[in-house]
Design a protein around this ligand. Structure first.
Ligand code: KIV
Ligand code: ZN
Length: 496
């Protein structure tokens, strides 16, 4: 059996420090419940002394979460530790995470202190925290840039004072993977009581090395990894949970694995992105919109012959029903044939060649060719199936309950419906759903301003799931509700 690596998720603490990503208590509880479903081992729920809101969130998360350990962060100060202990009083399993700087640059310029004094302050903090909680994690901040001999001395003293986990953070994302790995190995070989504690790695992504550094730490003896969903976190972010977990799952030769229920990864990623209003970059490893999308002819042909030709992970393992074939001017006949067959057209070779030429002409004008375009290419009449927006009327504001009325042409028939919702977009979508009556779920909803002014065009991208397949929709308008409805109808068009 592989070595077990514990997953310490800090989305709600280091992740939540990102400007604009702040969450209220209810949102934090929703994410904590998702993390419990994912089967993370530790949830770092907040930094209780930092604000009354953070304190309350740790209290409320402690009440609802049963399995994972709930952890609260502190500086090496009594008042921080008192607040953390108090906030954790309802936690079934609890941990205090305390620590201090370990690099000379932090010791001199952040604490205006000396190595001896910070070591002593760290040890005192561990001893004090131990009075409240048995499970104490000690962090040696900026360990990535710390002198290894001093770091070993500090870690040894923290364990002797009662630390059960020692966190070695690369706070500034400075290290190279082999350098960080050697640091962990050095600690394994030079800290006398290291067998009394678990080594944890906490890497930042300033040079894009967070995942590589964390894995290098694990390979060299770390047995806990600190991560966030989608890699969100201070500056360039933290190690992303999905990357480190899926690397261990994919590389059978890495003698380490986690307990994570990987089929829930995409759901967790979308939830965090939505609640934190932080879009995931389309090419983000594992969870980006394009991570399992193939658009060039050679790749499409290869993946249609055998998925493993161009995919090292089965998308089902992370909760995506299927990989997607995107038709563009770079696509080949194999992909076109595949898409046409899905729409019910079986073409002989000469006919396919003919349609392929028309397809290329269209693809040169249009960035992406959707099912609707293919049907038109095959000679179907647009009016037979188009959904057309005739009217959209929305009432919203304070203290009104948002309500929308939508009139559509659906396959040549006029249909009208009204619905309420939790906002203008939600009520418009609910009204459309009353007309369309399909079990479609909205997987992603992304709003972007094209430029910066309030009178400018808004762009909306949506992703819909229907019967195991994914459909994309796009809409643009100066009115963001209209743009959203256009995007929704664009997606639905492909389903109907
Ligand atoms: O990056 C860091 O050093 C931290 C510590 C507080 C663990 O987030
Ligand atoms: Zn950090």
């Amino acid at each position: 059996m592989k070595n077990r690596v514990f997953v310490f998720d800090t989305t709600l603490r280091d992740g939540e420090q990102v400007p604009g990503c702040q969450l209220n208590t209810v949102e934090k509880i929703e994410i904590a419940a998702m993390l419990e479903n994912l089967k993370v081992d530790v949830i770092e729920a907040g930094f209780p002394i930092s604000s009354p809101g953070d304190f309350k969130s740790v209290v409320e998360i402690s009440k609802v979460i049963s399995e994972p350990i709930i952890c609260a962060l502190t500086r090496a100060r009594k008042e921080d530790i008192d607040a953390a202990a108090e906030s954790l009083k309802f936690a079934k399993r609890k941990r205090i995470h305390t620590g201090i700087g370990s690099s000379d640059v932090h010791i001199k310029f952040k604490f205006n202190s000396t190595r001896e004094k910070v070591l002593e302050q760290g040890v005192e903090a561990v001893k004090y925290a131990k009075k409240f909680v048995e499970d104490i994690e000690f962090y040696a901040e900026d360990a990535g840039r710390a002198d290894n001999a001093f770091l070993a001395k500090m870690v040894e003293a923290a364990i002797a004072a009662g630390a059960t986990v020692v966190n070695i953070p690369d706070t500034t994302g400075y290290c190279l993977p082999w350098e960080f790995g050697s640091k962990i190995k050095y600690l394994v070989n030079h800290v006398k009581n290291i067998d009394k504690a678990i080594i944890s790695v906490h890497c930042h992504n300033d040079l894009g090395m967070a995942t590589a550094n964390s894995l290098s730490g694990i390979i060299n003896g770390a047995r806990q990894v600190e991560v966030t969903i989608n890699g969100i976190g201070e500056r360039a972010g933290n190690t992303s949970l999905e990357e480190v977990v899926m690397t261990m799952r994919t590389h059978k030769d890495i003698d380490a694995d986690t307990n994570i229920q990987t089929k829930k990864i995409v759901e967790a990623s979308r939830l965090v992105s939505r609640l934190m209003r932080m879009p995931v970059q389309p090419n983000k490893a594992i969870v980006g919109r394009n991570a399992f999308a193939h658009s060039s002819g050679i790749h499409q042909d290869g993946v249609l012959k055998k998925r493993a030709n161009y995919e090292i992970i089965d998308p089902k393992d992370i909760g995506i029903a299927n990989s997607s074939i995107i038709l563009t001017a770079r696509s080949g006949r194999a992909a076109l044939k595949h898409k046409l067959e899905k729409l019910g057209y079986k073409l002989a070779k000469p006919q396919l060649n003919e349609v392929y030429q028309q397809f290329l002409d269209l693809a040169d004008k249009k960035r992406e060719i959707n099912d609707e375009d293919l049907r038109l290419l095959m000679g179907e009449k647009a009016t037979d199936r188009n959904i057309k927006l005739e009217l959209l009327e929305v009432v919203c504001g304070m203290p009104l309950k948002p309500m929308a009325t939508v009139k559509l042409w659906v396959k040549g028939k006029e249909e009208i419906a009204s619905a309420v919702g939790n906002g203008p977009v939600d009520s418009a979508f609910n009204a459309i759903n009353k007309i369309i009556k399909k079990p479609v779920s909205l997987e992603e909803f992304l709003v972007q301003a094209i430029t910066k002014g309030s009178d400018d065009m808004g762009k909306v991208h949506i992703q819909l799931a229907y019967k195991g397949d994914t459909y994309y929709g796009f809409g643009a308008d100066t009115d963001i509700v209209v743009a959203s409805v256009k995007a929704y109808l664009d997606g639905l068009q492909k389903i109907i």
